[in-house]
Ligand binder design. Sequence first.
Ligand code: B12
Length: 130
Amino acid sequence: MATTKRVVIARLGSDDRWRGIMTITRALRDAGMEVIYLGDQLPESIVQSAIQEDADVIGLSSLSGNHMVLASSVIKLLREKGAGDIPVIIGGKVPTGDVASLKKAGVLEVFAPGTPIEAVISFIADIEKK
Ligand code: B12
């Protein structure tokens, strides 16, 4: 299992709920990955950072109900900038009814509250860029 992935990770928009993303950030770092934590960011900055950092994957966190608009915007901007090969995953409070739409928009995987950390680590470790 390759664990040297570069993961750019951010909370979508403005969100005070940092527990989930900090849990994931620390766990990925402890698993040997390079994690670039951006804090609260809008899609433009997330995409710019992911390109500059040559990210293997972008991890987004959303507990504010902004996932449909902002995650779709991240995917759209990545494609516009020729970086549509960077996979995007998202965790947080995403209603199950939105999962299919997010995946249709291009999100690779959605991680709900209660996801075991090991599941996130092994999923990211196994990701290959297209
Ligand atoms: C604790 C909490 C707070 C705390 C946050 C403390 C902190 N510093 O983090 C405080 C009190 C600040 C808070 C405030 C608010 N909250 Co609040 N909060 C919660 C609560 C109870 C738990 C969130 C939590 O910490 N979970 C523990 C962590 C470990 O789990 P997690 O975040 O889900 O993360 C896991 C997965 O989702 C996933 N994951 C998360 N991020 C990522 C990222 C990646 C890349 C990956 C792979 C995986 C991943 O992995 C994690 C581990 O399994 C939730 C309810 C709930 N059950 O989710 C409501 C909840 C999120 N809050 C809610 C609301 C409404 C608010 C407020 C608007 C309330 C208010 N009126 O003021 C404010 C908004 C604050 C703001 N501006 O951002 C709503 C959101 C509703 C929505 N989505 O539309 C919820 C769902 C409660 C509810 N049922 O109504 N909140």
